[in-house]
Design a protein around this ligand. Sequence first.
Ligand code: DAH
Length: 342
Amino acid sequence: MEENLNKIKERLESQISKIQEMNDLDKFKSEILGKKGELTQILKNMKNYDENERRKVGKAVNDAKNNIEAKIEEKREIIKKIELSKRLEKIERIDFSLPVSDELGSLHPITVVQREIEEIFRTMGFTVEDGNEVETEYNNFEAVNVPKYHPARDMQDTYWLENGQLLKTQTSAAQNRIMKKYGAPLKAIFPGRCFRNESLDASHENTFFQLEGMMIDEDISVANLIYFMKTTLSEIFKKDLKVRLRPGFFPFVEPGFELDVSCMYCNGEGCKVCKHGGWIELCPCGLIHPNVLKMGGIDSEKYSGFAFGLGLSRLAMMKYGINDLRYLNSGDLRVLKQIGIR
Ligand code: DAH
């Protein structure tokens, strides 16, 4: 019996040594060590042996099984190493001098517009700040003069976290933190991703981008606001645009405005884009409410300031003639190709 077992072991070992692929090794293992395997069969056929013999043979077969299993695992490590070196060899064979595919990625339209605006404001002495995406209720609402139960909250339903924080609904949420960080005087812009619980359509998305700005100093007035907005928007659209203000209500500014620009497509003469009015509503803004300055630790008797909230997504759509906001988050590469950004 022992002699027979040794022969089986030898044969199996030589079979293992010939295996090259991991799949074959797995197959071999389940066949040999499984129910129908040779060794298991020996155990099954021990009925005729006496008890002493059975114990001896049983032990010998189990030892043989363990031994074969160990050999299989040894082989597994060897195959792994071989596979790895084959893979590495392939990588090394990549010819880095070959021309690159021109299908490579590109900047997103929003990033392009954002960077352009950042550059314009930088040249006017503004710093570019980061805002959080997850915000406290205080920063997003209370600190910009929207207390609990204020009706303005209705328009900005959002996603709440279990810890009471929320996904910010507006870049204005960073105002308080920035005022506390720098004090007055201060000139900053802060682009960021905003979220609202909206029903989606061509001009509403649950995720969109804004770019907010604030300038605080002594004697800041509406004249400063008009100058900065006119300069920036004319730079963005590479045209000398006119701006006009209409009254608008936002709890964090007083007075508050809707800023319109003369239509960049027809120079104010009237076309489809401006619905034949010659003006396009572009940017809500105003003089920062004294309560907001105070909450930001700034002396509202000494300082005043303006703030504005540009819709970055909207701006990118206008610049590139995109007619559905949802394309911007779609990840569809054809959008980039069509608008010619590479
Ligand atoms: N946060 C406002 C919104 O998302 C936009 C806005 C309006 C920002 C007026 C401002 C501002 O800074 O002065 O609807």
